[in-house]
Ligand binder design. Sequence first.
Ligand code: FE2
Length: 196
Amino acid sequence: MSGNRLLEFVQRMTRLVEQRPIAEEQLLEQAAPLMRELVSHDDWLPGTMAVPDTRYYQQHLLYGDPLDRFSLVSFVWGPGQKTPIHDHTVWGIIAMLRGAECARRFSRDSRGALVADANEEQLAPGDLDLVSPSIGDIHQVRNAFDDRVSISIHLYGGNIGRIERHAYSPDTGVAKPFVSGYSNTLVPNLWARNEA
Ligand code: FE2
């Protein structure tokens, strides 16, 4: 059955986004249990989507909705790897599959300067984190481990690899546009059985 978990998720998520118009809050509320279910088993992620790189954290596209209503990404952390401070510009649900990651949120003070939260949040397998412009969209994320790979599965309200968003200078808070793209050139075969 493991080969069908990804397909089932995509089918459920497609039915969910077909309910448009739907408010972001309701969408997140209904998509969160689907993500929780997806990462409650660690037997479905194709091996090619779990491969780290020695230099850069990897963003493997697992599925992209043809109408850009959502995308699903396998985020593979090599030991000690971390993102820049960045935003998403669309809603996102991060669900931990393997290992652990730490995220620090940032907000703007009254003068527009970036202020880091005092504490990092750590995600363990099964844990979820939410981002969006309406609930807080700027954060910096890192592998919690210096000696092992971690993997989280990310769901976004758009085709995240093609969206122009921003990385922020930790010193000045100045935003620099970037488009992340994807690490993989081939997407998984959702219809294959026992691919993991
Ligand atoms: Fe992020």
